[in-house]
Design a protein around this ligand. Structure first.
Ligand code: GLN
Length: 309
């Protein structure tokens, strides 16, 4: 792997920004439809060094599906592998993230993996808390720890907008509830899930989260353990096999690092023992990945020889 300099970030972001024209901002969550497709940013957080950045690096966006990695880590810490994987599988599904198709395959209603919506909903259902407010607090606590930023919170408008229109996610929940994969109130679960997806962040903080995974669960500045090693390893493995939805195979060939994307247009990538990278550009390709983000990561991966394979 070759060294990354801030000028590389500027240069490649400038080079790939035009690709925003090839994508479309997500609009199935009404509040996301307002995002400006021309906004973009990148940050690289090297372990033990200063963050580097380019573009609109202060701009905040919501985590969306990237939050699935963090709730998975939290559920694994709280309940252990056996309990978590009794509710959700470990295999890629090759279907879009919102798909209901495979819920009837194998064990009834057990989602294939925690990176698709069904699986993430089953995982969030396990987070400890007496009510949805306490569950959201638990998730925020982890995000604040990993970003080293106690001010992290969620965007109320985005959360409300998704909550009011999450009919497909409600359907997934009711199907899973029928089969005992999830328990309790579906409305409360959706309240937690839409808030976790609406957590506000910028590329610098997201790159820090990725850097924790790159550092095997340890703080990239202090080396203090934040997530147990085996939990970080499981999360990174899911990022490789299912992190980029049904484009994960292509991404593994073209980029070759653990990564997770969200429909807000963000992607975080993990450079083992090296650092974390985060890219933002809200225009998405057909599979829901940021077009600018994908281009930027492909170019950097090729130039800097990132592939772990
Ligand atoms: N909140 C979004 C949803 O459930 C997250 C999906 C995503 O980022 N792919 O639809």
């Amino acid at each position: 792997m070759e060294k990354i300099f801030e000028k590389d970030l500027h240069q490649w972001l400038e080079h790939v920004r035009i690709y925003a024209n090839n994508g479309k901002v997500a609009d199935y969550i009404p509040a996301l439809a307002n995002q400006q497709p021309e906004i973009n940013a990148v940050a690289y957080y090297p372990i033990g060094d200063e963050v580097m950045k380019a573009g609109q690096f202060e701009y905040t966006f919501t985590l969306q599906s990237i939050s699935k990695v963090l709730t998975l880590a939290l559920a694994l810490v709280q309940h252990g592998e056996k309990a978590v994987f009794s509710r959700v599988g470990k295999e890629p599904s090759s279907d879009p993230f919102y798909s209901v198709a495979k819920l009837e395959v194998n064990t009834p209603a057990k989602p294939f993996n925690p990176m698709i919506n069904a699986g993430a909903l089953a995982v969030t259902n396990m987070i400890r808390g007496r009510d949805s407010e306490e569950m959201v607090e638990e998730i925020l606590k982890l995000v604040r720890l990993l970003t080293d930023d106690p001010s992290i919170t969620y965007d109320e408008e985005v959360a409300k907008s998704e909550f009011e229109t999450a009919f497909l996610n409600r359907a997934l929940c009711y199907f899973m509830k029928q089969h005992g994969i999830i328990t309790g109130s579906v409305e409360e679960l959706l309240d937690v899930y839409t808030k976790q997806c609406a957590i506000n962040i910028n590329v610098q903080k997201l790159a820090r989260i990725a850097a924790v995974f790159a550092n095997d669960g340890r703080d990239p500045d202090t080396n203090n353990p934040l997530i147990p090693l085996h939990v970080a390893r499981i999360c990174k493995t899911f990022m490789v096999t299912c992190g980029m939805y049904d484009a994960s195979g292509t991404f593994a060939i073209n980029v070759g690092i653990p990564a997770k994307s969200g429909v807000s247009g963000a992607i975080m990538g993990v450079l083992k023992k090296n650092g974390g990278i985060a890219v933002f550009g809200p225009a998405l390709d057909k599979k829901g990945n940021s077009v600018v983000g994908m281009q930027l990561l492909e170019k950097l991966a090729e130039e800097k020889r990132w592939s772990m394979f």
